[in-house]
Design a protein around this ligand. Structure first.
Ligand SMILES: C[S@@+](CC[C@H](N)C(=O)[O-])C[C@H]1O[C@@H](n2cnc3c(N)ncnc32)[C@H](O)[C@@H]1O
Length: 268
């Protein structure tokens, strides 16, 4: 098992070398692409871990039929992301201090992040988007009674009209490559009013390769970036950026829109 796969990275960043075990694992399905809609998802993923990288393209072809499995999502997440609860808690903590009347969530999934955010901001109206109708159906059921609007949409496509006092995203934006993340951060910044905040919780490329904990498919589906890259892109988008929490290959980053920022050519 000495073969390795190299993660393509942006100019100026380091490529991450991974073992086949890291190159394909359970989150290969959960974080990147739809998982098979059966309880076999874990076993299937475990089997994939033994697949040599050169054989992955065939495996992915068959994975094209996978569907998200909302019923098993929660248990699988807790099993595959040891610090999942902490990541969610730190995301919520990073939103403190913002009086949010309107919130946008990118990648709502089954509503795990949503319900925590709504508990911390009970006065807010939340709008969420996700590319999976099945995941959003589960979220609608779990969040019945809340003042929310959930739409099937991709984060690559035009975002809902703002402004939003708070924009959050957990374990979703790593699906985009570096340039697309940078472009998304600009679109997000445009939706924030002066004083608004964006909180990103996601897997990252850690400085120390030994801190890679989350199994991903780095060849095609999972495209995590480093904390420093993403902070730079947030700053380039006009936000005041800082890390809120970084632990191994997970991070919660904050981008604040300055209160004196220029909007549409005018100071606001
Ligand atoms: C790992 S789940 C995270 C859900 C929730 N935020 C959480 O932390 O539990 C990732 C979600 O991102 C969605 N997703 C993946 N790629 C997406 C894209 N390009 N646009 C919108 N949603 C996407 C998936 O459908 C899935 O529901």
């Amino acid at each position: 098992m000495g073969a390795t796969a190299t993660v393509p990275s942006l100019p100026g960043s380091r490529a991450r070398r991974t073992t086949p075990e890291q190159a394909s694992g359970p989150l290969d399905g959960l974080l990147r692409r739809p998982t098979r809609a059966t309880p076999r998802a874990l076993g299937q993923a475990a089997a994939e871990r033994t697949v040599h990288p050169s054989a992955l393209s065939d495996t992915r072809q068959s994975m094209g039929q996978f569907q998200w499995e909302p019923d098993s999502y929660r248990a699988l997440m807790r099993q595959e992301v040891p610090d999942y609860e902490r990541l969610q808690a730190e995301l919520v903590e990073a939103t403190r201090g913002i009086t949010a009347r309107s919130i946008l969530e990118l990648g709502t999934g089954t509503g795990e992040t949503t319900r925590r955010i709504l508990a911390a901001h009970p006065q807010a109206r939340l709008r969420g988007i996700d590319s999976s109708p099945e995941m959003l159906a589960a979220a609608r059921s779990a969040l019945a009674g809340h003042d929310i609007r959930l739409d099937v949409a991709r984060i690559e496509d035009p975002l809902p009209d703002g402004p939003f006092d708070l924009i959050v995203s957990a374990l979703t934006i790593h699906h985009l490559d570096g340039p697309d993340k940078a472009a998304l951060f600009i679109r997000i910044a445009d939706l924030l009013p002066p004083g608004g905040r964006f909180v990103l919780a996601d897997i990252v490329v850690p400085e120390d390769p030994n801190d890679v904990v989350t199994p991903i498919d780095p060849v095609d589906y999972d495209k995590p970036s480093s904390t420093s890259e993403q902070l730079a892109w947030l700053i380039a988008a006009g936000l005041t950026a800082r890390p809120h929490w970084v632990h191994r290959d997970l991070a919660v980053l904050v981008g604040d829109r300055p209160t004196d920022s220029i909007r549409g050519g005018e100071f606001s």
